[in-house]
Design a protein around this ligand. Sequence first.
Ligand code: KG4
Ligand code: ZN
Length: 347
Amino acid sequence: DGPLTILGIESSCDDTAAAILHQPIVGDAEILASVVHGQTDLHAPFGGVVPEIAARAHAEKVDLCVEEALTAANVSLLDVDAIAVTAGPGLIGGVISGVMCAKGLSASLNIPLIGVNHLAGHALTPRLTDQVAFPYLMLLVSGGHCQFLIAHGPEYFSRLGGTIDDAPGEAFDKTARLLGLRQPGGPAVQAEATKGDPKRFRFPRPLLDRPGCDMSFSGLKTALLRQRDAIIAEKGGLPVQDRADMCAGFQAAVVDVLAEKTRRALDIYLTENPSEPLLAVAGGVAANTAIRAGLETVCTDKGVTFTAPPLALCTDNAAMIAYAGLERYHTGARDGMDLSARPRWPL
Ligand code: KG4
Ligand code: ZN
């Protein structure tokens, strides 16, 4: 096998992205360029991602993203050896835009097309950034996902548990909306939380009384809504300190749930893989410093190495898709023009 240059395309949620990775004959894959066009401003007036708007923006931006990535990498389209594209799971309109673009390039350049599961992209990122060896335990926490996975191989993952309703990022975003903070809610709630008292309001820690690694976050926003309305009824408004205390209380509840469930997932994982003690985290919520600190404490207690990719590679990006495509490429996997976009696609 010679050196390989691979183009990755991602368009499954509200970021249009393209990236170029280069793998020398000997050595690790290197990110030559990673371009992300976010859609936050387009969706902000609606308080959430609007699928129709997302689809239209992806269709408009995907070619531009590819061109920008090629320019930034100083690579000609003719030097690209393979194309990896997110084929699901996600908002179907966006996924179709990416898949159509990738198919067009693959057919016109006559180079391999490789469909990638978006979740595999997140889950394999620690191998791109830290050359982590299989197996390892992965906590994927984003706006749309929350699950514990054991990564055994590029296409072999087992799931230990996950959320049964909302993802934590969704809970942060809803909390921000309830409290009149800007979107995306995660960073806004985290900033408020630093000014608040986490002990003043005690929010529920759902499912901690039940065995296993499943989680639930939808009840938190109901508790928050009740607390907010009680304060407003009493004081005629929501004073800034009360708001900060609510953010701190909410964040503390999320940290407690994630930390305790991580403890349990590690117990299961370590029973089967005692000689590979590593927890990796990915997804936008992994940006939260309190959550990271909570996970690090659990790992220290258990003698487990903790690793998190740099922030730009934790959130949605195409470098992770190109990398997951590279791993599939080396297994011999190839897709044809019948590659379909899948709204649902469990790992
Ligand atoms: O992985 P990501 O970019 O997109 C997907 O959901 O796939 O994650 C975005 C989510 C949003 O819900 C956002 O509020 C959350 O990650 N997030 C955070 C923080 N930064 C981003 N949540 C908590 N604390 C943060 N600092
Ligand atoms: Zn994602």
